[in-house]
Write a protein of this length. Structure first.
Length: 278
C-alpha cells in the first residue's frame, strides 16, 4: 500500500475523550510527516478552535475547517473557502428562530467578532469548555441577523440529538435548501448534537478533493480516519478509510476497517500500520 496523505478528523479521532492529543498520536503524526507522508486535519470545528491543535502537531499541516467550508494554514493564510449567501442565511435564521434555543455565525476574519452568537447557554456541560477556550473570539449579538454584514462560513446550532435532527429536517424543507449543505455531528452517549449549515457543496470530502487536486495526489493513495456522520463522504472518497473504535454505529455498519478507540491509541495504530507497509 502506498499512502501519500493521511486525512485526520479531530474530535473523537485525534483527541481522546478528555479533549487532549495523546502522546502516541502526536508521535505517530510526526513519524508520518518525517516519512514523507502529508497530513491534513479535517474537522467540523471553526478555525480559531482548530488552530491550537494544528500548532501542537506541526505548521506543515493544513487545516480543513467548518465541515469543509474553508482550508487554512496554521498561520491564518486562507487557501480556499466557500461562504454562505447572507440573504439565504438571514432567511434560515428567521424561519427557525422559534424552533431553537441559540445560534452562531462564524466568519473568516480576525478579532472577537469572528464568532457571533445569540441565545446560547454556555453553562451547559456540553458547551462550557468550548466557551472557556474560545471566548476571546466570540461576541454576543441579538438579533443575530444584524451581524450579516458580510458572507459567513457557517451557521451553527447545538442541542440534544432529537432536537437537532428535527431542526435539520425543518431546514431541509425550506425553499433555500438547494443553496446550502446541512451537516449533523452526533454524540448520542451525552445527548449532544451539532447542526452546521454551510454553502452548497461544502463537506469534508469536497474540500479534501480540492486539496488533493492542488497537490496532485490520487484519492486512492489517501488514508482518512474518522468517527462521526460528517466524516462519511471523506471516508468514501479515499482508498483507505479507517473507522475509529468509538465511531457512531452508522459508520461501523459500512464495513470499513476499524481501529481501536480514541482512548486506546486507535489513530496511532492506524497510522503506524500504513507506515509499516510503506
Amino acid at each position: 500500500m502506498f499512502i501519500r496523505l493521511i486525512a485526520i478528523d479531530i474530535d473523537g479521532t485525534l483527541l481522546d475523550s478528555r479533549g487532549h492529543i495523546p502522546t502516541e498520536n502526536r508521535d505517530a503524526v510526526r513519524e508520518a510527516l518525517d516519512a514523507g507522508v502529508a497530513v491534513a486535519l479535517v474537522t467540523g470545528r471553526s478555525f480559531h478552535h482548530t488552530r491550537p491543535v494544528g500548532v501542537a502537531l506541526s505548521d506543515r499541516i493544513p487545516l480543513i475547517v467548518s465541515n469543509g467550508a474553508m482550508m487554512k494554514r496554521t498561520n491564518g493564510h486562507t487557501l480556499h473557502r466557500k461562504t454562505l449567501d447572507p440573504t439565504v442565511t438571514k432567511k434560515i435564521i428567521a424561519k427557525v428562530r422559534q424552533h431553537r434555543l441559540g445560534a452562531a455565525l462564524i466568519f473568516d476574519r480576525p478579532g472577537p467578532d469572528q464568532y457571533l452568537y445569540e441565545g446560547i447557554d454556555w453553562q451547559h456541560p456540553n458547551r462550557r469548555r468550548y466557551y472557556e477556550l474560545n471566548r476571546q473570539f466570540m461576541t454576543e449579538l441579538s438579533p443575530l441577523e444584524d451581524g450579516l454584514t458580510e458572507s459567513p462560513l457557517q451557521l451553527a446550532f447545538t442541542g440534544g440529538v432529537k432536537e437537532m435532527r428535527h431542526l435539520a429536517t425543518l431546514v431541509r424543507s425550506l425553499d433555500v435548501a438547494n443553496q446550502i449543505t446541512v451537516t449533523l455531528t452526533e454524540y448520542e452517549a451525552r445527548d449532544f448534537s451539532l447542526l452546521d449549515i454551510t454553502a452548497v457543496g461544502c463537506s469534508k470530502g469536497t474540500m479534501l478533493t480540492t486539496w488533493l487536486e492542488r497537490r496532485g495526489i490520487d484519492a486512492q493513495d489517501v488514508m482518512a480516519v474518522g468517527d462521526n456522520l460528517n466524516d462519511r463522504d471523506m471516508l468514501e472518497l479515499v482508498g483507505y478509510p479507517v473507522v475509529m473504535g468509538n465511531a457512531v454505529a452508522e459508520l461501523k455498519a459500512l464495513g470499513w476497517p476499524t481501529t481501536a478507540g480514541h482512548d486506546d491509541g486507535g489513530l496511532a495504530q492506524a497510522i503506524r500500520e500504513v507506515l509499516d507497509e510503506k
